[in-house]
Write a new protein. Structure first.
Length: 159
């Protein structure tokens, strides 16, 4: 997993009294709005470019991302994940396959409580790997490290 916690861990973190995860996830509500795609794509996707840049995503990666999601139909499809996620409130089952969870400790969207809590919902072998100084877009910020971790995990647990 890259940056996304188990829904049960995420829901628990969202409900914490400190409000930290709720603050980090405030963009989720904006993504539910019917005009979210047009707002994200307005002014040559300025908001999206700024968010990615602010999270340390290299300019070349931003350009590649926008070549895929920089149009209305693709952006609507991407936002559908957030819209569907809003329905996942009931507890989900435990994960029964080996899990490698890669999380950057500078992630502005997923806090430590949600990330660390994920292990409680994995019944199979589990490894939680923290990348210091890396944000929500770990594959863009630290591609060599992410690739090395993924290859080691896949070698240890072949399909």
């Amino acid at each position: 997993m890259l940056s996304r916690p188990h829904p049960n861990a995420f829901n628990r973190a969202l409900a914490m009294p400190d409000g930290e995860q709720a603050q980090r996830s405030r963009h989720h509500k904006a993504f539910l709005e019917p005009d979210a795609a047009s707002l994200l794509l307005a002014d040559d996707a300025r908001r999206l470019r700024e968010r990615l840049k602010g999270n340390g995503v290299p300019a070349a990666a931003i350009k590649r991302h926008l070549s895929v999601i920089g149009n209305a139909p693709a952006m609507e499809a991407a936002l559908t994940w957030y819209r569907a996620r809003g329905a996942i409130r009931a507890p989900l089952g435990l994960i029964d396959v080996p899990v490698l969870y890669i999380w950057g400790d500078a992630d502005d969207s997923v806090g430590r409580a949600a990330a660390q809590g994920t292990g409680e919902f994995v019944r199979a072998p589990y490894r939680f790997e923290v990348l210091p100084g890396v944000g929500h877009f770990a594959a863009d910020q630290a591609p060599e490290r992410v690739t090395a971790l993924l290859l080691a995990h896949l070698a240890k647990y072949p399909v």
